[in-house]
Ligand binder design. Sequence first.
Ligand code: GLC
Ligand code: CA
Length: 545
Amino acid sequence: MSDRWYQKAVVYCLDIDTYADSNGDGIGDIRGLIGRLDYLARLGVTCLWLNPIHPTPGRDDGYDVEDFYNVDPRLGTLGDFAELLHQAGNLGIKVIIDLVVNHTSDQHPWFQSARSSPDSPYRDWYVWADSAPPDRHQGMVFPGEQGETWSFDRTAKLWYYHRFYKFQPDLNIKNPEVREEIKKICAFWLQLGVAGFRMDAVPFIIEETEPGNPNSPKDMDYLTDLRQFVQWRKGDAVLLAEANVEPDQLVTFFGDGAGSNNRIHMLFDFMLNGQLVLALARQNPEPVIQALRETPKLPPGGQWATFLRNHDEIDLSRLTADQRDQVFAEFGPDENMQLYGRGIRRRLAPMLGGDRRRLELAYSLQFTLRGTPVLRYGEEIGMGDDLSLEGRDAIRTPMQWSDLPNGGFTSGDPIRPVVTDDQFGFHAVNVTRQRHDPTSLLSWFERMIRTLREAPEVGAGTCTHVDVPAPEGVLVHRADDHTGTMLFLHNLCTKDAVVDLSSVYAEAEFPNDVLADREYPDLGKFAEVPIAGYGYRWIRLRRSS
Ligand code: GLC
Ligand code: CA
């Protein structure tokens, strides 16, 4: 058995302030989350990824941090947080937190000090330029919401660099004090008991910004250094990075090329995310097959984190313009559903028209492709979005627990409105109702995740496309490890199909369906394996002898 827990984890991402409010002030909090840990345990998730929990002016939903060594008072106290770690641990759930150290809030005392005087000890913690850098209108991450990457600070009378919003000045990674401080932040939270970090914006953290150079060098070795530090402080801690970079750069985030995984353990697979959404839009698995084929080989221990939805827009920027248009036409036809010219700000259920069969299909596919699945809160009940909210807030609405007022999220005035429309609003879509219904999407997720735990090949083994003559919409893939082999069929289109799998029959030992969209007839000799439109089959081909 692999002893790397993250390879067999099911990660659940949530924002505490929209999850569960315990004291009626309208803001979700740590105690509220503690009260829902039993729900998460039953669902079968093994690791929580908490969106930023630190004190913040809240201009980027917490990704603008004011103090790295505390918990935002609106969410609770450090004491509550320690209690959360303990209670989650009792249920076998690990907790990782967002590590947002590319930048701070402009309200952070470091920046306030840095701008105030050239003699400030923090002056060199940020990135400054005397005159307007010629590339200041390049490299914006949020086009439309952000006009430049360098802004003039009137107090310092200097230009400062901010890869993201203007109120998020970048820390200067070239400064050894900053490098040490980042380690200290990691050490602090590891000491409290977190299992690791979801590292925000990694390519930008290590960017050694030079004014006027839009392709500034990156210090990859800092990642080696940080990994070593983190591992020494807590042997099984993991780093899960957001690094949405060109495919040929990806492996350098996992290791220095000498063959070992000595940098980041896990990277979100943005490539696969785009291809997966494209495949769903086209009802044809070809993009996924290609993505599997083109996946770079990772050093042992390196792992992908798969996802369909996260807290940001679905980023389609790595698709061609035609492919992007196709996805927009299918899943985000109104301009109001799109964001930054590259993405979709919707949840999956509304994107798929609330079609239960397609939702199961999509999540079955994500969870069976290689890597560690990451699930965004609310997706397990098929929550909708609120397009009347600004930007990414559309998909950051409160969790829908019941049909009590405000979906049971709060007894007060919720920080963001709870979704109320007929199809996806809390009266129709909520935990309590689905909890009592064995045929609900929630019950399906519980069953699916439980089944995944019986199939460790998926997370820890290899994943390959099985090249059999399959009808157009059907993907056949397999997961292999020393524990055995799983075979998966997914039919991305509406048409029922029959697949000839006789070429793999020789390997089968007591094969059987362990999860499927319906009861299928006995597999026989695999010559005619039926798969319904939008259907899926998880077949245990053999266990290791
Ligand atoms: C990452 C986060 C995003 C945030 C940005 C700036 O991309 O996922 O939500 O706005 O970093 O910190
Ligand atoms: Ca509260």
